[in-house]
Design a protein around this ligand. Structure first.
Ligand code: SAM
Length: 204
């Protein structure tokens, strides 16, 4: 598996595919190992790298439903998974994640782990649509929430990032203030928001 993961990292670097970065990766693997998910929803497959990390470090019976807009990246993901022992664990949906989430049928017990890593401006929409798909106990991990330090930092973002930064601030505000959830922000990599269902509070 290590060799395949190194091959994917090299491909991502060469073709400029944004996969979870090295520092974020360590924290991400730790979260997978702590939570040992069985039923994962991933929003933003790219070439299937984080999905393989989930398959390698999650529960033995893990199933991963993953969403990707780009057909080219989805094809690359399928081809890489085919070289691993985990191809059968992956269910790939190609198309716009927001649209797919509106009609996605969750597994019977709901998803117990969600990884949000697609369009940064859509995280609020993803969080709202994911809520009815969750298991009773679930964790939602969102990548890039600190976006190069601009989201919680004092420095003003360049014009081209203004909207993304504003939307990511809205996401953090939402996950920190929605009743029934509690959120930790990890500074690793580009920032990970880790949102748990708070079993001490009722969800509305
Ligand atoms: N999770 C992957 C990993 O770490 O290996 C990286 C995902 S990459 C940061 C984000 C991916 O989301 C890109 O491949 C992009 O094509 C996809 N994406 C962007 N907008 C999308 C949308 N509206 N619906 C589905 N996928 C989208």
């Amino acid at each position: 598996m290590d060799e395949l993961l190194r091959e994917m990292e090299a491909y991502a670097q060469r073709e400029r595919v944004p996969i979870i970065n090295e520092k974020g990766r360590e924290a991400f693997i730790r979260l997978i190992e702590e939570n040992k998910p069985h039923r994962v929803l991933e929003i933003g497959t790219a070439i299937g790298y984080s999905a393989l990390l989930l398959a390698c470090h999650g529960a033995e019976d893990i199933r991963i439903t993953t969403l990707e807009l780009s057909e080219e990246r989805a094809e690359a993901a399928k081809s890489y998974w085919g070289k691993s022992p985990h191809r059968e664990r992956m269910e790939l949906h190609i198309g716009d994640a927001g649209e797919i989430l509106s009609c996605l049928v969750p597994p019977q017990q709901g998803f117990d782990f969600v990884f949000i890593d697609a369009a940064k401006g859509q995280y609020v929409d993803y969080f709202r649509k994911v809520q009815p798909l969750l298991a009773e106990k679930a964790v939602i991990v969102a990548d890039n929430v600190l976006f190069r330090g601009y989201v919680l930092g004092k420095e003003k973002p360049p014009r081209r990032y203004k909207t993304i930064v504003k939307r990511l601030r809205e996401y953090l505000d939402l996950v920190q203030h929605t009743p029934g959830f509690r959120t930790e922000i990890l500074e690793n990599g580009d920032g990970l928001a880790v949102t748990y269902i708070d079993t001490t509070e009722e969800r509305i």
